[in-house]
Ligand binder design. Structure first.
Ligand code: NDP
Length: 449
């Protein structure tokens, strides 16, 4: 007899959903977390990031307002107010998560969990160490920012620290060209920080549609972000309150803060997995089957710790599927086709399905590309020099839409509905047959000829 039917290590998106659903199905569930309930997404990821994005967009809104007849009024910005309000909101959400778990009789244990054997978990907190046992165990420990090994890297911060900044720097250099780098470059720039973004490759946001990537870089440059490609940092030196960066192109850069956003590594070490022989890839990702089972058959893993697309909704779906399979006698697998995603850059990007490059490789000359580039109505009176781009990629043989991409205001909101259509296998003819919502940006999706 075990203490728990199901024990979860990590109270992030995947762990919370799996534990709550398992408890709903009648399992006795324990959940260990050594930081805060909610994980990266709620505490220092998606949620506070989006609040910061909203805050940073106001500088643009104030300027736009003049074109609509509002007096020139550029209010001053106070970081401490934003941070304090953000902290209050995150505390509130953490409280809700905790309450929700309590209501479902999930026992939350504020301790660090480590596997001792395949059914025993060691729990360490400030009061000491104890062990508990469980029939089934889930590792949902997420991922952690990773940094390249260059001289002076200890001077760099990640997005984790940005959420706790007491003051905003005057200048910042962001290294990386992925989701976090472009999102934070937009936040800093909007809040008035002199911002540079350095990306080592040919074009930011590798893996996304090339034209959309190029468009974002163009718009970032227009907004005043010093966005450089083919540029990496080779050394960071501290000099008083400043940092001197040696760059791969031979140049140097002086800045007040260096933020790295160069990917995240699974949190899979130091929790007893190697000792138990749980199989992992070289980069620390836990290997699981389609039911999230590791090679040790009562140990499971979901979310970022398993690699794949490191996205909150994926971890949540995996956690729910695992709970249904193990505790509701309902074998459930997650369908990873047509996963929509949004990048909260400025302008934002919404995307689902194949990039033009991938579609071209698959469909060759049968691929049909529809594109519409336009200025948002709001920006006409505002006089803002920002253009949007929408693309639809269609398999010419079946007429099926295989990719939809948008960069421009509201694209995150719009792409969610488009994703349903793609997931259902919608054809271009069905898009065309849909009546437009006028006047809107979204209508471009059904008006492309
Ligand atoms: P990403 O994997 O998105 O991007 C990492 C970036 O760092 C890439 O541009 C990569 O370049 C670059 N890089 C990697 N190693 C080095 C190095 N040694 N030196 C210089 N540059 C390097 O990671 P992020 O950290 O931006 O985000 C982590 C994950 O979090 C994302 O993949 C995403 O899944 C998730 N996320 C999702 C968000 C959303 O849904 N809106 C928001 C934020 C995060 P290269 O392309 O050349 O490899």
């Amino acid at each position: 007899m075990y203490d728990y039917d199901f024990f979860v290590i990590g109270a992030g998106s995947g762990g919370v959903r799996a534990s709550r659903m398992a408890a709903t199905y009648g399992a006795k569930v324990g959940l260990a977390e050594d930081y805060r309930v909610g994980g990266t997404c709620v505490i220092r990821g998606c949620v506070p990031k989006k609040l910061f994005v909203y805050a940073s967009e106001y500088s643009g809104h104030f300027k736009d307002a003049e074109g609509f007849g509002w007096d020139k009024a550029v209010p001053s910005f106070d970081w401490k107010t934003l941070k304090s309000n953000k902290d209050t909101e995150i505390d509130r959400l953490e409280g809700l998560y905790g309450k929700n778990l309590d209501n479902h009789d999930v026992e939350i244990i504020k301790a660090r969990g480590k596997l001792i054997d395949r059914h025993t978990i060691e729990l360490t907190d400030e009061n000491g160490v104890r062990t508990v046992t469980a029939d089934k165990i889930l590792i949902a420990t997420g991922a952690w920012p990773s940094y390249p090994d260059i001289p002076g890297i200890e001077h760099a911060v990640s997005s984790n620290e940005v959420f706790e900044f007491e003051d905003l720097p005057r200048r910042i250099t962001v290294v990386g060209g992925g989701y976090i780098a472009v999102e934070f470059a937009g936040i800093f720039n909007g809040l008035g920080v002199e911002t540079s973004l350095l990306y080592r490759g040919e074009e930011i946001l590798r893996g996304f549609d090339l034209e959309i990537r190029a468009k974002l870089r163009e718009e970032m440059i227009k907004k005043g972000i010093d966005t450089r490609i083919h540029t990496n940092v080779t050394e960071i030196k501290k000099s008083g309150d400043q940092f001197l960066l040696s760059l791969s192109d031979g140049n140097e850069m002086v800045t007040d803060c260096v933020m790295y956003a160069t990917g995240r590594r699974p949190n899979s070490t130091g929790i007893g997995l190697e000792e138990l022989g749980v199989e992992m890839r070289d980069n620390g990702e836990i290997i699981v089957d389609e039911y999230y089972k590791t090679n040790v058959d009562n140990i499971f893993a979901v979310g970022d710790v398993t690699g794949g697309m490191q996205l909150t909704p994926i971890a949540i779906k995996e956690g729910a599927a695992l709970a249904a399979t193990q505790f509701d006698d309902n074998e459930t697998i997650v369908n990873y086709d047509y996963i929509p995603t949004a990048i909260f850059s400025q302008p934002p990007i919404g995307t689902v399905g194949m990039s033009e490059e991938d579609a071209r490789e698959k469909y060759g000359d049968d691929l049909k590309v529809f594109r519409s580039e336009y200025k948002s109505m709001k920006f006409t009176l505002a006089g803002r020099d920002e253009r949007s781009l929408i693309k639809l990629l269609v398999d010419g043989v079946t007429d099926k839409v295989v990719g939809a991409h948008m960069i421009g205001p509201d694209s995150a909101e719009i792409i969610q509905g488009i994703a349903i259509a793609l997931k259902m296998g919608a054809t271009k003819a069905q898009f065309d047959d849909t009546v437009a919502v006028h006047p809107s940006s979204a209508e471009e999706f059904v008006l492309m000829k």
